[in-house]
Design a protein around this ligand. Sequence first.
Ligand code: GAF
Length: 439
Amino acid sequence: MCAVTSGFAELYDSEPHAVWSAPGRVNLIGEHTDYNAGLVLPFAIEQRTIVAASLRDGDDITVVSTLYADPARARLTDIGPGRLSGWSAYPLGVAWALSQFPDRPAGRPAAGPGTRGGVDLFIDSAVPAGAGLSSSAALEIAVACALNELWGLTATGAELAHASQRAENEIAGAPTGIMDQFASLLGEADAAVFLDCRTEDTRIVPLRLREAGLELVLIDTGERHSHAAGGYAARRASCERAARELGVPALRDITPADLGRAARVLDEETFRRVRHVVTENDRVEATVRALGTGDPVAVGRLLTASHVSMRDDFEISTPALDLAVDVALRAGALGARMTGGGFGGAAIALIERERVAGLTEDALDAFSRARLPAPLVRTVTPSPGARRESLQIEYQVHGRLGAADQHAAVGGVVDRVRHVVHVSRQQGCLAGVAHSGAA
Ligand code: GAF
């Protein structure tokens, strides 16, 4: 039986109704453009978050994760802005947002009456937190898919994405955009998701990496960050202020031809923030075109130009991310850039398959010489988005592994599950004394 189902059964003394999963994502290009109503091109990765869930009596939502020692339980009506903190704000926030979904969505069958009651959830994940791979969206979307079905909501993918974003913005307090949720929902094997964040039109863009003998390599610096604080919010505020000063609804409405006027109106730093967003939107469109014509050299150049723009204009890179990009380029990558919100996390490189081993060696060597912690270097595989799983998924959460590794990983998961069940029982989660945050 699957580790999350056995963990669920051990913790809640019954089988889960079903299991859902959602992947993390890597953004190929289009950074800090989503909340500016701009363009993005992320892809879902093979690392997934898995949720086993069932309805329960009453209106308590219980969330337990193999990754966190603090399980939580909250009454649905007690969840609200400013009342929760920590990891459980994300899944509980999704429950809060979806509990407000209309009973009778226009033109669709009514949601099941009175079904928005208690739910027990048991969560496991292979998506590392703070690495720029959107572990938060993977968690939100897996929970959103579970609740959509358990509560009979008939919400569309876009509605689930928005409910998840509300959880992140209003309950977890991270002022993030909509890219990650769409990527986690809509990803496909060997493809990226082109999203226009204003119209929310999406298009699947084939990457055809294998045919071209190419790999996407992730260099995780190990530097961790959170978007609930600091630089991310400051960048968003600066973009919104610039749009107001330039008299447009969003920076998406500024074109390269407007940059001369922007330079006259804005202070120097704000102008550079704007220039990043405007040129990044252009680079996303150019990348989609280059992928369409099978021109990986052009794609690589665009990725590197994006990094330079984030390093110099948007100022969200770090010395470790810059080093990762430099090493990748010196190892022969066609292009490389930091990916995600910045201030830590990972870089990606587009590189020929036979150069991957050399890049790995060079990165370890360069980080060691710079006295930085060893980076984690691995290929990433563009993968399918969120789905309901069969219950036979014992080791899929850990991605592609050899048979021996699978055995070890399953053993590891089972050990983690046992530990979590033990901790949850000790903390009285099941006795209902761990009501989370709310007054
Ligand atoms: C984070 C956010 F969650 C996204 O919405 C996006 O803004 C990204 O940073 C930067 O492109 O992943």
